[in-house]
Ligand binder design. Structure first.
Ligand code: TXE
Length: 482
C-alpha cells in the first residue's frame, strides 16, 4: 500500500503522533492506501506554516499575474496526471472512472485556470466624489484560509475553494474528507512542481470532530473558513467560526426539486432528469431527488424515466462502461439502504431499483409517496428519487418551495414566460431550465436556508476570500475636508 502524508510547508510529513489510517476501496472492500492521521497538533503546524507564508512569503506580494502563471502551470500538470488523479478518487469513493477522469479532472483544472484569470483581470470600483476626493476599493487577500471538503467530488470541490483562495493571494490549509484523502496530496505535490512556494498550499489529513478538522475551525490564526458538507456539520463549524469572529462560507445539503411541465420537450426532460438524480450515484448535494411531473404527461414521462433508469449500468467503477458505482462507504451505504428498506412503510411503491451487489444501490424510482414523507423531505444522497404528480404551476412552485433547503431546482418547459416566472418564484440558489449541472464559474453558487451561508464563484468568491479596503484620497488641494 502506498503512503500519503500531510503536505506542510512544502514537505511531505507524517503526523506528529505517527498515527495513520487506511483509505478503503468501496468496490474491492480492501484498504488501498495508508494515510497520515492528523490531529490538532498537525492542523496547528499547518496553520503556522500558512501564516508564515502569508505574513512574510512572496505569494501575497507577487501580484495576480505571476500567481496566475503558477496556477495555470498547476492546471497543466493536473491535466497531464488525469489518469492518476481520476483513479485516486475512483478508488477512494467508488465514482465511475469516466466521471472522475472525464469530468472531475477537467473541472478541477478549469477551476484553477478560471480563478487565475479572474483575479488577474478583475477590476475594482472607483467612486469619484464631488468634494475634491476620490475613493476606490482595493481587494487584498484575507490571510490564511481553512478549506474543509466533502468526499463526493473530492478534487473538484477542493479546487473550487483552493483555487480562488490562492488566486487572490491567500495561503491555504486544506483538510480533505477522511474517505477521500489521496487526490489532495497528489495535487499538493503538483502545486510545488508548478512553482508554488512552500507553505502556500498545505494539506492536513484527519477526521472532523476532535481531530484536524475541528482544530482548523478553532485556530484564531485562520482568517476564513470555507466548508462543504452536511448541514449539521455546517452549524457546528459556523459556531466555531463565531467564537473567533472568523467569516465562514458554508455550502451544505439540498433536496432539489425538479419540475417537469406538460409543455416540456419530453426527450430532453427525461435525459436531464436522469442525470440530475443519478449522476455520481446520487451523491450530489444538487441532486434532483424530488421529481414533480404535471399530470397530463405523468404516465408517459414515468414510463420513459423508469426505462432509462433501468438501462443504467451498475458495477465496477474502474470499468469504462459503468455509470453507477458503489456508494462511498459502509456507513453511507447503510444510511441509503435504510431509506430503500422503508419505501413501503412510508407509503411508496418501488417502480425500479433497490439494493444491488456490494455497496451499490440501483437507480431507484419511487411513486405513490406523499410529498411530506421522509424520502421526499430528507437528503438521501443516493440514487433514489421520489416522483410526485402536480396539477398547476402554482402548486408545483408551492411543492418545490416546501423544504428547509434552498440550494437548487430544475424546471422543464418550452414556455418562455413560464420559465422566467417559475425561476423567479423558486427559493433556490441555482435554477436550471431545461438542463442540469451546467456551470458558469462567474455565477453565484450556494444556497438559502439549511443549504448554507454565502455564495462562491467569480466576484462572490472575491468577496469572501479578500478583505476589501476603501482608499479615499484628496486629489484637489483646495478640497473641502468635510
Ligand atoms: O459529512 P460531514 P459526512 C451529506 C450526505 C452524507 C452526510 C454525512 O447526506 O450522508 O452529509 O457525510 C469534516 N469540524 N453530505 O459525514 O460530516 C469532515 O472530516 C470540522 C452532503 O462525510 O459534513 C469532512 O472533511 N470539520 C454534502 C467534511 O467535514 C468537520 C457532501 C464533511 O463531513 C467537522 C458530503 C467538525 N466538527 C456529505 N465534522 C454536500 N453538501 O455536498 C466533520 N468535518
Amino acid at each position: 500500500m502506498e503512503f500519503y502524508s500531510h503536505m506542510i510547508d512544502g514537505e511531505e510529513v507524517a503526523s506528529l503522533s505517527g498515527a495513520t489510517f487506511s483509505s478503503f476501496d468501496p468496490h474491492t472492500h480492501q484498504d488501498w492506501a495508508e494515510i497520515a492521521l492528523g490531529d490538532g497538533s498537525d492542523a496547528d503546524r499547518a496553520v503556522t506554516a500558512a501564516r508564515r507564508a502569508f505574513d512574510t512569503g512572496p505569494w501575497p506580494r507577487m501580484g495576480a499575474a505571476e500567481r496566475g502563471r503558477i496556477l495555470h502551470r498547476l492546471a497543466d500538470l493536473i491535466e497531464a496526471h488525469a489518469d492518476d488523479l481520476g483513479m485516486a478518487d475512483t478508488r477512494d469513493m467508488g465514482k465511475p472512472i469516466t466521471q472522475s477522469r472525464g469530468n472531475d479532472v477537467p473541472r478541477t483544472a478549469a477551476n484553477f485556470r478560471f480563478f487565475a484569470d479572474h483575479a488577474r483581470l478583475s477590476t475594482s470600483e472607483a467612486y469619484p466624489m464631488d468634494t475634491g476626493h476620490h475613493a476606490y476599493t482595493r481587494y487584498g487577500p484575507a490571510g490564511v484560509v481553512a478549506a474543509i471538503a466533502p468526499w463526493n467530488f473530492p478534487m473538484m470541490l477542493e479546487s473550487w475553494k483552493v483555487a480562488p483562495a490562492l488566486a487572490w493571494g491567500n495561503t491555504v490549509v486544506l483538510k480533505p474528507a477522511e474517505d477521500t484523502p489521496v487526490s489532495a496530496t497528489l495535487i499538493a505535490r503538483l502545486a510545488l512542481e508548478a512553482g508554488m512556494p512552500p507553505g502556500v498550499f498545505n494539506v492536513v489529513h484527519g477526521y472532523g470532530p476532535d481531530s484536524a478538522g475541528q482544530a482548523l475551525t478553532e485556530n484564531p490564526a485562520v482568517d476564513r473558513i470555507t466548508f462543504t458538507g452536511e448541514s449539521g456539520t455546517g452549524r457546528v463549524i459556523a459556531a466555531a467560526g463565531a467564537r473567533n469572529l472568523t467569516p465562514v462560507s458554508l455550502e451544505l445539503g439540498g433536496k432539489g426539486a425538479n419540475l417537469v411541465f406538460a409543455d416540456a420537450d419530453l426527450d430532453n426532460a427525461v435525459e436531464w432528469s436522469i442525470r440530475a438524480v443519478f449522476t455520481n450515484s446520487g451523491q450530489v448535494c444538487l441532486a434532483g431527488s424530488r421529481l414533480y411531473v404535471q399530470r397530463e404527461i405523468y404516465d408517459e414521462f414515468l414510463a420513459r424515466f423508469v426505462a432509462a433508469a433501468d438501462a443504467m449500468v451498475v458495477g465496477d467503477p474502474k470499468d469504462e462502461a459503468t455509470q453507477i458505482g458503489p456508494l462511498a462507504s459502509a456507513e453511507h451505504h447503510a444510511k441509503v439502504a435504510g431509506y430503500v428498506d422503508t419505501i413501503t412503510e412510508q407509503g411508496g411503491t418501488l417502480r425500479t431499483g433497490g439494493l444491488g451487489e456490494g455497496w451499490t444501490v440501483r437507480p431507484t424510482v419511487i411513486t405513490g409517496m406523499d410529498h411530506k414523507a421522509r424520502h421526499a423531505r430528507e437528503e438521501i444522497f443516493g440514487p433514489v428519487v421520489v416522483v410526485i404528480p402536480f396539477s398547476t404551476e402554482a402548486e408545483a412552485v408551492e411543492l418545490a418551495n416546501d423544504t428547509t433547503y434552498g440550494l437548487n431546482a430544475m424546471l422543464f418547459t418550452e414556455n418562455l414566460h413560464r420559465a422566467h416566472r417559475v425561476s423567479a418564484a423558486l427559493r433556490a440558489g441555482t435554477v436550471w431550465v431545461n438542463c442540469f449541472f451546467v456551470r458558469d464559474l462567474r455565477a453565484p453558487f450556494g444556497g438559502a436556508g439549511d443549504s448554507g451561508i454565502g455564495r462562491e464563484g467569480g466576484t462572490f468568491s472575491r468577496e469572501f476570500f479578500t478583505e476589501p479596503k476603501a482608499v479615499v484620497m484628496q486629489i484637489d488641494e483646495a478640497a473641502d475636508s468635510r
